[in-house]
Design a protein around this ligand. Structure first.
Ligand code: S3P
Length: 204
């Protein structure tokens, strides 16, 4: 019979980390190009704010029962975008999370409108060299397989950066340790929430 190897003291270990001094009343939605660091920074940020983390690409894969690559190959990009929109709508209606989105999600007007209504968008802005270095670590992004990744990223920067500009908060994602970027994100979020009425006040 299998046995759970954990004694009672471990199960109820007290969390001694200091309470975060920022308690967002809405989800923080990380946007930006492939390689901007949305999933990596999102995970650290969630730990610091003690919020659940969710990655929209993983949610899409769970819902579809196959990988993003397979969805593109079997059903095409349009079907993927449709699925992405539905998944994000669902994620945005729950309690506050840190949400890492796929690079194309914020380009969809409906998704953007939904994010601006119920969440706070944060663009992790990275330059071409940083993106290129990071995306070359994995070979599972269908859009980058359609030609020279550098040229594709350049085109996407031209097309998408003017739209990402519309995010509520912009933080530079440079080639520095994640902790440094997370600190920048936290201070940008604090400034943002100081100046932003809470969702309940919005509705008054
Ligand atoms: C895409 C980015 C990917 C993934 C899909 C399409 C895009 O996510 O959603 O391959 O359109 O930029 P990451 O940005 O997490 O790599």
């Amino acid at each position: 019979m299998s046995q759970i190897n954990m004694d009672a003291s471990m199960r109820f270990e007290k969390d001694t980390r200091p309470l975060p001094d920022l308690v967002p009343d809405r989800s923080i939605v990380l946007v930006g190009l492939m390689g901007a660091g949305k999933s990596c920074i999102g995970r650290y940020l969630a730990q610091r704010l003690r919020l659940p983390f969710v990655d929209s690409d993983s949610e899409i894969e769970n819902a579809a029962g196959c990988s993003i690559e397979d969805i593109f190959e079997l059903y095409g990009e349009t079907a993927f975008r449709e699925c992405e929109r539905r998944v994000l709508t669902r994620l945005l209606t729950g309690r506050p999370h840190i949400i890492a989105t796929g690079g194309g999600a914020f380009m969809d007007p409906e998704t953007r409108a939904q994010i601006s209504k119920t969440g706070a968008s944060l663009w992790l802005k990275a330059d071409l060299d940083v993106l290129l270095k990071r995306v070359s670590r994995r070979n599972n992004r269908p859009l980058l397989k359609q030609g020279d990744p550098k040229e594709i990223l350049k085109t996407l920067i031209e097309k998408r950066y003017p739209v990402y500009e519309q995010a509520n908060i912009i933080v530079e994602s440079e080639d520095v340790p994640p902790d440094e970027t997370v600190n920048r994100v936290l201070s940008a979020l604090k400034n943002h929430f100081e100046d932003t009425p809470s969702l309940t006040e919005d509705k008054l």
